[in-house]
Design a protein around this ligand. Structure first.
Ligand SMILES: Nc1ncnc2c1ncn2[C@@H]1O[C@H](COP(=O)(O)OP(=O)(O)OP(=O)(O)O)[C@@H](O)[C@H]1O
Length: 286
C-alpha cells in the first residue's frame, strides 16, 4: 500500500485552515484526485513528491518510508521513485524529443527510451524539438519522460486539461495503458470528473483541505445490459467493421454492422450498449 498522512496549515481563499489527509492506496492503483480550485490538490502531490514539507506527515510506499516527520525521515525528490507531469509539459526546449526522454532515463543507452517512444507513437518525431509538436504530442513526451525514471509513483497534475476533448480522450487511454504496463501507483488530478471516473479505481475528494476517499462505484450487474464508452480507433469500410477502444477495461472490441454509423470517424467518442456474452450492440454515437 501507499500510505499518505499529512497535516499542514494552508492559506485558503477563505482564510487559514489545515490540509488534513490520511489515505491508503493500493500499489498499482489509479486514484483520481478531485476538488475545487484551491482545495489543496497540487499541495498534496507536492508532499508526495517531496517538494513541499508538511508540518506532520508520513509517506510510505510498500516497505519504504519516504517521509516520517516524527522520525525525521525525509527523502529528497531524487531519492523517491516518483515521476511527475504537469499541465504545462515543461520540456527542455533546446533538446529533441529523444534527448528529453534520455535525460530522465538512467543513461542514454537505456532501452526504455526507444520502448517508450514506440509505445506512444513518437518514434518518428524523436528528433524534433518540442516547439514543433502539437500540445497532445508534447504531453505524450512529458508522460514518457516521467516514466523513463521507472517511477513507483506517477503524479499527474491536470496533464491534459489544456487539450481538446478528443486529444484528452486519446491520452487518457494511453495513460491507462502505460499505468498498467508499468505497474505504477498513479494519482491523477483532474477537473473533468466524468473523465477520471472512467479510468480511476478510487477517488480522493478535497474540499478546503479536508479529504474524503471513495471507491469507484461498482460496475452494473454483469448479467444486465450496460453502457460503455469508447474511442473509435479504426474503421474498415470494406469489411464493414469499426474498432472501438473501450474505456473501462482498456479492451478493444470490433463492432460489426456499422452501416448506421457512416458519419463516424476515427477519434470519435461513442457509447455502446453491451450485453453479456455479446461483443456490442445498438451503437449510439454521442
Ligand atoms: N506553502 C503554502 N503555505 C500556505 N498556503 C499555501 C501553500 N501552498 C499553497 N497554499 C494555499 O493552499 C491552497 C491550496 O493550493 P493548491 O495549489 O494545493 O490548490 P489546488 O487544489 O491544486 O488548486 P488549483 O485546482 O487551482 O490548481 C491555496 O489557497 C494556496 O494559496
Amino acid at each position: 500500500m501507499l500510505h499518505l498522512q499529512a497535516r499542514m496549515n494552508l492559506l485558503f481563499a477563505s482564510g487559514p485552515a489545515p490540509l488534513e489527509v490520511a489515505v491508503s492506496l493500493k500499489i498499482g492503483s489509479l486514484t483520481g484526485l478531485c476538488g475545487p480550485s484551491g482545495s489543496g490538490k497540487t499541495t498534496l502531490l507536492r508532499i508526495l513528491a517531496g517538494l513541499t514539507m508538511p508540518e506532520k506527515g508520513i509517506v510510505r510506499v510498500g516497505e519504504r518510508t519516504w517521509l516520517d516527520t516524527e522520525h525525521r525521515i525525509n527523502l529528497a525528490t531524487q531519492q523517491r521513485k516518483v515521476g511527475m507531469v504537469f499541465q504545462d509539459a515543461a520540456l527542455f526546449p533546446n533538446m529533441s524529443v529523444r534527448q528529453n526522454v534520455e535525460f530522465a532515463a538512467e543513461n542514454r543507452r537505456d532501452p526504455i527510451v526507444d520502448e517508450l517512444l514506440e509505445r506512444v507513437g513518437l518514434t518518428n518525431l524523436a528528433d524534433r524539438k518540442p516547439a514543433t509538436l502539437s500540445g497532445g504530442q508534447r504531453q505524450r513526451v512529458a508522460l514518457i519522460r516521467a516514466l523513463a525514471r521507472r517511477p513507483q509513483v506517477l503524479l499527474l497534475d491536470e496533464p491534459f486539461s489544456a487539450l481538446d476533448r478528443e486529444t484528452r480522450d486519446q491520452l487518457l487511454i494511453e495513460l491507462l495503458r502505460l499505468h498498467r504496463q508499468f505497474g505504477t501507483t498513479t494519482v491523477l488530478v483532474s477537473h473533468h470528473q466524468e473523465e477520471i471516473q472512467r479510468v480511476a479505481d478510487q477517488f480522493i475528494e478535497l474540499k478546503e483541505g479536508k479529504a474524503s476517499f471513495r471507491e469507484k462505484k461498482s460496475e452494473p450487474d454483469s448479467a444486465s445490459r450496460q453502457q460503455v464508452s469508447g474511442l473509435i480507433t479504426g474503421i474498415d469500410v470494406k469489411a464493414n467493421r469499426v474498432q472501438v477502444q473501450i474505456w473501462l477495461n482498456d479492451a478493444t472490441i470490433t463492432v460489426n454492422r456499422p452501416h448506421k454509423a457512416l458519419k463516424w470517424q476515427v477519434g470519435d467518442t461513442i457509447t455502446l450498449d453491451v450485453e453479456p456474452a455479446t461483443t456490442a450492440e445498438n451503437p449510439t454515437g454521442d
